[in-house]
Design a protein around this ligand. Structure first.
Ligand SMILES: Cc1cc2nc3c(=O)[nH]c(=O)nc-3n(C[C@H](O)[C@H](O)[C@H](O)COP(=O)(O)OP(=O)(O)OC[C@H]3O[C@@H](n4cnc5c(N)ncnc54)[C@H](O)[C@@H]3O)c2cc1C
Ligand code: FES
Length: 266
């Protein structure tokens, strides 16, 4: 695996584009899946795929620097060799979501694991399988939105709406101001025929899911993806369990109906 390009960066988050060292091998994954990223001599950590699953020659991952492994990854240079294990975990229910409206609600880096889903649904080969696609993308400030370069392209897709919101007013900002659970009720959403997918800080997921249930989306149509601490990633070590579920193999994608049955340990 070679680090071939860093496509964006701010203080804490860097996006890496990787390709398999054997140029003939293709990376096959589906939206929602993750992989274990290993830096020789440092360690291994799980990260979600963050690019289109339809781009087979490379994939991207966006990584926030929080500790030992992520620091080492941030220090990688183009051309360095690293190792990965994957793809691992389950996927978003793309089949179940067909013929429905799709509502994506993401906060900050939470947009990373949803980016493959957005790319998949909006791709010309798949777009007709889904109805209206609405996105509510939240960030602390205008400088904190990731993948801004994608927003224009996504909004060109038919029947697609993107609403941006930031936590506090900023001079020159003409988008929404406020937390996503307060903004979602202002959007024109057909709650009777919509699958919602949300990812962001745990507190955001909690408030957003409660609001979506209040607005009328059933718990079995609200999905999120969890980031428990993991070691093996393949259901062997027991590190990532919540009750009798292993997040690495039963997840990381869960619907609210399943989460309601599980202990509140996430
Ligand atoms: C399925 C999955 C997908 C993920 N996708 C991404 C992604 O796309 N981008 C990204 O930046 N991160 C992602 N993460 C989180 C990432 O795995 C951790 O940030 C990483 O393991 C930290 O490793 P470290 O050695 O740098 O930090 P450590 O030195 O191990 O820890 C540093 C600090 O981060 C905390 N921490 C470590 N791991 C986690 C975790 N899983 N959840 C909450 N807090 C944690 C520790 O408690 C500590 O306070 C994902 C996790 C999972 C399970
Ligand atoms: S990380 Fe080992 S069982 Fe999930």
């Amino acid at each position: 695996m070679n680090v071939i390009q860093e496509t964006s960066s701010d203080i804490d988050i860097k996006t890496f584009r990787l390709k398999l060292a054997d140029g003939n091998e293709k990376m096959e994954f589906m939206p929602g899946q993750f992989f274990e990223f290993s830096v020789p001599g440092v360690g291994e950590a799980p990260f979600g795929f963050a690019s289109s699953p339809l781009d087979k020659d490379f994939f991207e991952v966006s990584i926030k620097r929080v500790g030992v492994v992520t620091e080492a990854i941030h220090n990688l240079k183009s051309g360095d060799t690293v190792w990965i294990r994957g793809p691992l975990g389950n996927t978003f229910p793309l089949g179940l979501m067909e013929n429905s409206n799709i509502l994506i609600i993401a906060g900050g880096l939470g947009l990373a694991p949803l980016r493959p889903l957005i790319a998949y649904i909006l791709h010309r080969e798949n777009r007709d399988k889904y109805k209206k696609v609405q996105m509510l993308l939240a960030a602390r400030s205008t400088g904190d939105f990731i993948y801004k370069r994608d927003f224009g392209e996504w909004s060109k897709s038919k029947d697609t709406e993107i609403v941006l919101t930031i936590d506090r007013p900023e001079q020159g900002w003409d988008g929404k101001v406020g937390f996503p659970h307060n903004i979602v009720g202002e959007m024109d959403i057909d709650f009777n025929n919509t699958y919602a997918v949300t990812c962001g800080p745990p507190i955001m997921i909690k408030f957003v899911s409660a609001k979506l249930v209040e607005l009328g989306i059933p718990k079995n149509k609200i999905y999120t993806t969890l980031e428990m601490r993991m070691t093996c990633g393949v259901g062997k070590c027991g590190k990532c369990n919540i009750g009798h579920k292993y997040v690495c193999v039963d997840g990381p994608v869960f619907c609210m109906e399943e989460l309601a049955e599980m202990p509140q340990e996430y």
